[in-house]
Ligand binder design. Structure first.
Ligand SMILES: C[S@@+](CC[C@H](N)C(=O)[O-])C[C@H]1O[C@@H](n2cnc3c(N)ncnc32)[C@H](O)[C@@H]1O
Length: 306
């Protein structure tokens, strides 16, 4: 007989529910907050033992770190750094455009365990809008982590989050979204133009794309680097554009008001731990190139409007 992860989680949840404390969770933003780079979720209806037992059946977290009550969950990336670079774009540009609407639909492509959707949801919640978040990611392990994390948030918020285990190629909600997050996705796909065109079709008129991608810092022409096998020790990377190439991809996909916002050196976001390569395995000794001899990676934020 085959037992699925969902069944195991349900069974553990059932057993451990005996360890739960009594009391309803009337959560608000003070129960969900980012401090010292850790996303804290406080929900005293759940015991530490319940959290620890449930974590045992999940794979290592890529995005985080989290702390649920007293339990720290480490992650491969220090995801708060990307958030710090996103926040000024949100405050100075996106927020004003989005808050003109009362019903706001947001799509997070490659949402992983939901990290950035949670943070953005609570930024928006302050303004009393009807917010619906759609999260997509085809990888089961990340979906399982989302289901695990979701239970600790207030129920009134959970009902606004809709996660599907699908890739962007499968989503058919044309002209549905006011804001689409496409972060850490572009360079993983073999056809960046098709990805950007698909997103364009999913946005409402005047909808906003947030595009965050690895870029190289070469300035003469609009260029993409195509690694032979790996880039900075990582496989599954197809195109790494420079800034001008991102502009041209966006222009040719019919976006307007294309803005470059900021850039940062990528490798510092990697948390050094046992299951990750260190800086040494990604970059040359003098840190001027990747170990493969390519230009070093940056991460850049852009926005564009349909
Ligand atoms: C580098 S991570 C980026 C995660 C997150 N968006 C961020 O900015 O940190 C890429 C994510 O895309 C997901 N992914 C892979 N193929 C995908 C597809 N076809 N459509 C949507 N997401 C995909 C992966 O499972 C992974 O969670």
């Amino acid at each position: 007989m085959q037992i699925s992860i969902k069944q195991i989680l349900f069974f553990i949840g059932f057993i451990m529910s005996k360890n739960k404390k009594n009391g309803n969770f009337m959560g608000d933003a003070k129960n969900v907050f980012l401090r010292d780079g850790i996303l804290h979720i406080i929900n005293e209806s759940y015991s530490d033992n319940y959290i620890k037992e449930n974590l045992k059946v999940l794979k290592a977290f890529r995005k985080g770190p989290y702390k649920i009550n007293n339990i720290y969950i480490p992650s491969q990336w220090n995801s708060s750094i990307k958030w710090e670079y996103f926040l000024p774009i949100w405050e100075n540009y996106i927020k004003n455009k989005l808050l003109q609407k009362n019903n706001i639909n947001i799509l997070d492509i490659g949402a992983n365990n939901g990290y950035y959707s949670y943070l953005l949801y609570y930024e928006l919640k302050k303004y009393n809008k009807n917010i619906q978040f759609y999260l997509i990611d085809p990888v089961k392990d990340f979906y399982n982590q989302f289901i695990f994390l979701k239970q600790f948030f207030p129920e009134e918020d959970q009902k606004n989050w809709h996660y599907e285990e699908i890739g962007w190629q499968e989503i058919k909600k044309y002209k549905s979204f006011d804001l689409i997050l496409c972060m850490g996705i572009l360079y993983h796909h073999t056809d960046p133009y098709y990805l950007l065109k698909t997103i364009h079709n999913l946005l409402v008129t005047s909808g906003i794309l947030v595009l965050e991608t690895i870029t190289i810092d070469l300035n003469d022409y609009p260029l993409c680097l195509i690694p032979e096998k790996k880039y900075a020790g990582s496989s599954g990377i197809w195109f790494i554009p420079n800034k001008q190439a991102v502009f041209n991809f966006l222009k040719r996909s019919n976006y307007r008001e294309i803005i470059f916002h900021n850039t940062r050196f990528l490798i510092e976001e990697m948390v050094q731990n046992d299951y990750l390569p260190g800086l040494k395995e990604c970059l040359s000794e003098d840190k001027k190139t990747t170990i493969e001899g390519y230009p070093i990676p940056y991460r850049s934020f852009f926005t564009a409007i349909r």
